[in-house]
Structures are given as C-alpha cells and as structure tokens.
Design a protein around this ligand. Structure first.
Ligand code: URA
Length: 235
C-alpha cells in the first residue's frame, strides 16, 4: 500500500498530516528517510515515524525453516529463540504454533493470531504433520513392517494415559523413514521410535497439513504465508 495510507492506518495522522510528516523527513522505511507519499510499503518493511515502529493491526502468519539449536519458546532459556531469527517489527507479538525440539529442523509456523494457532494445533482437527526421520539403527524389511503396524495401531508411551492415535511409518531406506502423526505430544516421534527399540538420530518436519516447507527457504529464513495458505486451516 502507499506509504501515506500506511501512516494513516497505523497512527492517528490524517492523510494531509501524514504527508507533512513525510515532507519533514520524520518517516523512515528500512532505515532510510522517505518523503514520497506514493512509495509502496507492506508487511516486510520496517516503517518508523519519529523512530517509533509502526505495524498494521492485521494479524501476521509466517512459515520459518527452523534450524538446529534454537528453541520454540518466546523467552530465551539455554538457546536462542526462534523469534531472534525473525527480522520484523514487534516480533515479540508472535508465537510459535506448536513446538519443535531444539534438535529438530523444518517447517514451523508463527503467528499473533491465537485463534488460528489453536485451529492448527487443536487435537480435534487432527492436522497431519510429516517428519523425515534418520534412525540410529538401520532396519531390516521385517522390522520396518513391524514398525509400520505398531505406528498404525497406536503406541502406549511411558507416563501417558492413552496410546497414540494411528500414525504412519513409511520405510524409505534402511536408516530413513517418513512418519506422519496427527497429534503433538511431547517428543512424540522420538518416543514412538524409542518404543520400537531404536533412536532418532535426526528429525526434520516437512509439512503441516497441506503446507509443505517452502524449498526457497534456507535454514533460519522465513516468509509470510499467502492468504490462501492461512485459509487452509480455517476450513
Ligand atoms: N516429535 C518429536 O519427538 N520432536 C519434535 O520436535 C517434533 C515431533
């Protein structure tokens, strides 16, 4: 949208006062003073008036390629948080939608829309999450078949009241499998694999429902979701 409209939508300036503020050099976009009211700005721009960051009140929805070694919390503990990877104004208003372990990589969604986040994570929605798993001990075909059956039946994990919901275990090569789960229990995939007597060496999430990790994102990079991608989870 035009910069003067952006200023009107995010402050109490009228269109003519916004133009005057621009003319006085009070507005920066990504650190550069901009005086032209017709300059186009959007979600990814850091727009400031008198050094105050301005944010459109609409909700934000992001896909991040979570790298190794960052935590899905909003407060730093032992590791940096995923929010530290996001270079947007008011990043503290965002929260991760569900969690990945520090040593899990792959697709992570973030938003400031609590209702949307609930729709993605609600157990009632049973949204499938797909992981590529590297196993510590390579499997023989018969073990892979047994793993597939146990995942499909549901596994009783230690300390849990109910077995896991039916999940898929697809054997890709002796030490690699594709696992699909519809729940989000604590360390779920690692614990299910441990219940088979094996161990997860590496874990990478490739999709959440219909959203696959964007191949154009490098680890640590994020992008805004398109409106149709946000709407996937509203159906
Ligand atoms: N299951 C796990 O064990 N860890 C994750 O990060 C996600 C799913």
């Amino acid at each position: 949208m035009r910069l003067d409209k952006f200023l009107c939508d995010t402050t109490d300036l009228t269109r003519s006062l916004a133009k005057k503020a621009l003319h006085r050099g009070e507005v920066t976009v990504d650190g550069v003073v901009i005086k032209n009211p017709a300059t186009q700005v959007g979600e990814g721009h850091d727009v400031r008036w008198l050094d105050e960051s301005l944010v459109l009140s609409g909700n934000r929805y992001l896909m991040l390629y979570k790298p190794l070694g960052v935590e899905c919390t909003t407060r730093p503990d032992q590791y940096p948080t995923v929010l530290e990877l996001i270079d947007l104004p008011n990043v503290g208003r965002l929260h991760p939608v569900g969690r990945l372990d520090v040593d899990t990589t792959g697709i992570l969604l973030l938003t400031d829309d609590g209702k949307w986040s609930h729709r993605v994570t609600s157990p009632r929605k049973a949204c499938p999450k797909v992981y590529e798993v590297t196993l510590a001990s390579p499997l023989q075909a018969k073990d892979a078949d047994a793993a597939r059956r146990r995942f499909a039946e549901g596994i009783q994990l230690d300390g849990e009241e109910r077995p896991t919901q039916p999940a898929e275990f697809e054997w890709l090569s002796p030490a690699r499998a594709r696992v699909t789960v519809t729940e989000g229990r604590y360390h779920q995939v690692r614990r299910m694999v441990a219940a088979l007597g094996n161990r997860v060496e590496a874990l990478h999430r490739t999709s959440i429902g219909p959203l696959a990790l964007d191949p154009d994102l490098a680890p640590g990079e994020c992008r805004h979701l398109r409106p149709d991608e946000v709407a996937f989870f509203l159906e």
